[in-house]
Design a protein around this ligand. Structure first.
Ligand code: SAM
Length: 222
């Protein structure tokens, strides 16, 4: 557990505002929630690597009629979620365990700020599981911090390495991310959207199944 996590856990009722403030240094989750809402209209949402539930809070707000399931290997999955408990379910579970349960596919599968916490050797399986859990006409959404600019790249690395406490954190460049998505999910077309504020490092990709066209990532569209 990183020193940031230890400090946060001791903050009591100030923990959520502190966690929100810290995260806002890197990404506006409100803006991300609104951007996602403009892309699809799901009935069932799966978030892989849901963490404490910060994004869950936004997703259940922008999609008031959808069912949400968040999974995370960490036992604290959804710990800070304060939305309607009837609308969201959190499980301490990895993608392999969920796939083994053969749930109905989800209309929207979300993987936000997770891949850089996953070992390079395990990313292909996670992405393939995510794809397998996505409905035929559903959308898979991957948001990552791209380490193309040296200073911003170091900033994110130091934050995750020393504040979050992930010793193996490993950010990819945008080109590496695209290559990974194309390689692992050739049956999906990839669309790159506008960066999520406040950093242009926050790259949002959506992936939808294509029937005949090769996977592609054009210029940002939304
Ligand atoms: C930065 S948090 C993101 C939380 C949430 N998606 C959000 O944006 O608020 C990254 C999460 O990825 C989770 N994670 C790490 N390895 C994972 C894996 N192999 N499968 C799923 N989640 C994983 C971590 O436990 C952590 O909760």
């Amino acid at each position: 557990m990183g020193f940031g996590t230890i400090v946060r856990h001791r903050l009591g009722r100030l923990e959520i505002p502190a966690a929100e403030l810290y995260r806002a240094l890197f990404i506006s989750l409100d803006r991300l929630g609104r951007q996602i809402a403009g892309l699809s209209d799901p009935k069932r949402i799966l978030e892989i690597g849901c963490g404490d539930g910060a994004l869950a809070q936004r997703l259940t707000t922008v999609y008031p009629a959808a069912e949400y399931l968040g999974i995370d290997p960490a036992p604290t999955a959804g710990r800070l979620y304060r939305g309607d408990p009837a609308r969201a379910q959190f499980r301490c579970q990895d993608t392999a365990a969920l796939v083994a349960q053969q749930p109905d596919p989800f209309d929207l599968v979300v993987v936000v700020d997770v891949l850089h916490h996953v070992r390079a050797t395990e990313r292909p399986a996670l992405l393939r599981h995510a794809a397998g859990l996505t409905a035929v006409d559903g959308l898979l959404l991957v948001k990552e911090w791209a380490r193309d600019r040296p200073v911003a790249g170091r900033l994110a690395y130091w934050a995750d390495r020393y504040v979050t406490g992930d010793r193996e954190v490993d950010f990819l460049t945008e080109a590496q991310l695209l290559a990974l998505l194309h390689e692992q999910l050739p049956q999906f077309g990839v669309t790159r959207h506008r960066p999520v504020p406040p950093w242009r490092e926050n790259i949002l990709f959506t992936l939808g199944r294509t029937t005949d066209s090769p996977a592609s990532a054009g210029p940002p569209v939304a």
